[in-house]
Design a protein around this ligand. Structure first.
Ligand code: ADP
Ligand code: ZN
Ligand code: MG
Length: 525
């Protein structure tokens, strides 16, 4: 199979996402008063409504409606004042009612959008981005200095309920194939779910990943879900099709399931794009089907051929009255909107003079944003001066730690905001070199000590005293006449060699800025 990069030269990928979020921060189910609790003993949170017993009548959970309206407002949707619940009929043991209560053509939230910032390596997947000048717009993207922004339409966000959970016994890895019997747990049945559907506006797997990450940040900020992809409270299906570059008609799409991490979402889509290209280039056709991404085998396999909407016999739910939202209700929810990640980033740019790039990466996690703000509070009068170095520490060193170790808890680690500010000050005052700062950073985390104490203990102080450095520089220059001659003949790269020798002499404690300056001066003599 060809590589993604090759495929995307000839083909344009068209991607749309369907993202389900369980409203895990609520206390009760969607249409009954049963408790919402992950991991409770099977079938301990059920009642006639969520078991679909005859005569039981559903009552919508007002807090769930508040959550979906909050989600709609946070994603620029239009809130529909009048909408209906529908029945989506199907028979499977995980849904005792034999239908799922969902919404019809009009959902609570319609027609929203998000702006995606795509930069760095992620921007490289976009074909011929460099044909655009900074600030130039083409289709739904606008070129920026370090990548581009993409405008992604949101078709709708609708309210629905989750099904129960099947457990298959006797087969391999809990799969139905080979199982001797199956158990069903209805605790999850009736859990409030919201499904967001995007327009087919995404063009690369990276854009799909970034959209999902951005939506997760927003949902976490508004507090409607714990958004755990691992535990399944945030789930994503990826729809993807190809069309020849230069054509406008959409191709037939396939739908990918089981993309339970950002990496799987990206890699599953990348694989599927390459697979479809191969089929099409060999003269085959793409069938509209649902496929399963298998991350260990690194391929997608057919799950089922797509059912059409008619199969579900969608019709308005006769047990629920049409839902009307008042202006007071909507405005009441709007008043609860917290500061969203994009707004926070803009504030960091304005208040601390950070670049858009730095600000955006600081707000990627709530933990890093909170940490940064605590540091700025401590830095106080020096906040403007220390913002950039603190941002560097957070975006580079701390984020790397968080990526490497999922259990790393920034809010409860030995590197307190006060210590971070102390470390950054030592660096800003040239007391330690940036290389030493990395060592101190690691030592603070390992030994739970103040940066100043570590610097003291390890005798790390950076030497910036010009006299002391000059003596070393003179000695190094005198000891290497051949290199000096070659440098003077134009081999400027040798400066690195001289800096290295000086550093070695000074056991890594010389201020590289001063060393560089003095060397340049002496070698020019
Ligand atoms: P379905 O009827 O199969 O559910 P929808 O029109 O409801 O399809 O769209 C479901 C998702 O698939 C949406 O996110 C939409 O943007 C996306 N989508 C629709 N058509 C295509 C296509 N040709 N290629 C890729 N994605 C598509
Ligand atoms: Zn119930
Ligand atoms: Mg659909």
């Amino acid at each position: 199979m060809k590589k993604l990069e090759e495929v995307l030269k000839d083909w344009e990928a068209v991607i749309g996402l369907e993202i389900h979020a369980e409203l895990t921060t609520l206390t009760t189910k969607m249409f009954c008063g049963c408790k919402l609790e992950f991991g409770a003993a099977p079938n301990t949170h059920t009642c006639p409504v969520c078991l679909g017993l005859p005569g039981a009548l559903p009552v919508p959970n007002k807090a769930a409606i508040e959550s979906i309206v909050l989600a709609g407002l946070a994603t620029n949707c239009e809130i529909q004042k009048h909408s209906l619940f529908y029945r989506k009929n199907y028979m499977y043991p995980d849904m005792a009612k034999n239908f799922q209560t969902t919404q019809g053509p009009i959902a609570f939230c319609m027609g929203g959008h998000l702006e995606l910032d795509v930069d760095g390596a992620a921007a490289k997947e976009r074909y011929r981005l460099d044909d655009l000048a900074v600030g130039e717009t083409e289709g739904n993207i606008t070129r920026t200095s370090d990548g581009y922004t993409a405008h992604v339409g949101i078709t709708r966000i609708h309210m629905e309920e989750d099904a129960g959970k099947m457990v298959h016994i006797g087969g391999g890895e809990g799969r139905i194939a080979g199982a001797t019997h199956s158990l069903v747990d209805y605790n999850r049945a009736g859990t409030p779910l919201i499904e967001l559907v995007t327009e087919p506006d995404l063009r690369t797997p990276e854009e799909a990943r970034l959209f999902m990450q951005k939506l997760r940040q927003i949902y976490l900020a508004i507090g409607i879900s714990d958004c755990s992809m691992e535990e399944g409270s945030l789930r994503c299906d990826g729809n993807v099709s190809l069309r020849r570059r230069g054509t406008t008609q959409f191709g037939t799409k396939t739908e990918l399931k089981n993309m339970n991490s950002f990496k799987n979402l990206h890699d599953g889509l990348a694989y599927e794009i390459c697979r479809q290209a191969e089929v099409l280039e060999e003269g085959g056709i793409i069938y509209q089907e649902t496929r399963h991404w298998d991350p260990s085998a690194k391929r997608t396999i057919v799950m089922r051929v797509k059912e059409t909407a008619d199969d579900y016999r969608l019709f308005p739910e006769p047990d629920l009255a049409p839902y009307d939202l008042s202006d007071e209700f909507i405005e009441g929810v709007r008043a609860k909107l917290p500061e969203l990640p994009d707004q926070k980033a803009k504030r960091y740019e304005a208040d601390f003079g950070l670049s858009a790039y730095d600000a955006r990466h600081l707000v990627e996690h709530r933990a890093t944003a909170n940490f940064f703000e605590s540091c700025m509070g401590i830095a106080d009068g020096d906040a403007a001066k220390l913002a950039k170095p603190v941002a560097n520490l957070v975006i580079n060193d701390i984020a790397a730690r968080m990526n490497a170790d999922e259990s790393f808890d920034l809010a409860n680690c030995p590197l307190t905001p006060a210590r971070a500010v102390e470390l950054v000050k030592l660096l800003a005052e040239d007391a330690i070199s940036s290389k030493q700062a990395k060592e101190v950073f690691a030592a603070v985390l390992d030994e739970d000590k103040d940066p100043a104490a570590i610097v003291e203990e390890r005798g790390m102080k950076q030497v910036s005293d010009t006299g002391a450095i000059e003596a070393v520089v003179d000695a190094v220059v005198a000891a290497h006449p051949d290199e000096v001659a070659r440098y003077k003949e134009g081999n400027q790269k040798l400066i690195g060699f001289f800096v290295g020798q000086c550093m070695k002499e000074m056991r890594g404690q010389g201020n590289p800025k001063v060393i560089n300056q003095l060397l340049a001066q002496k070698l020019a003599e």
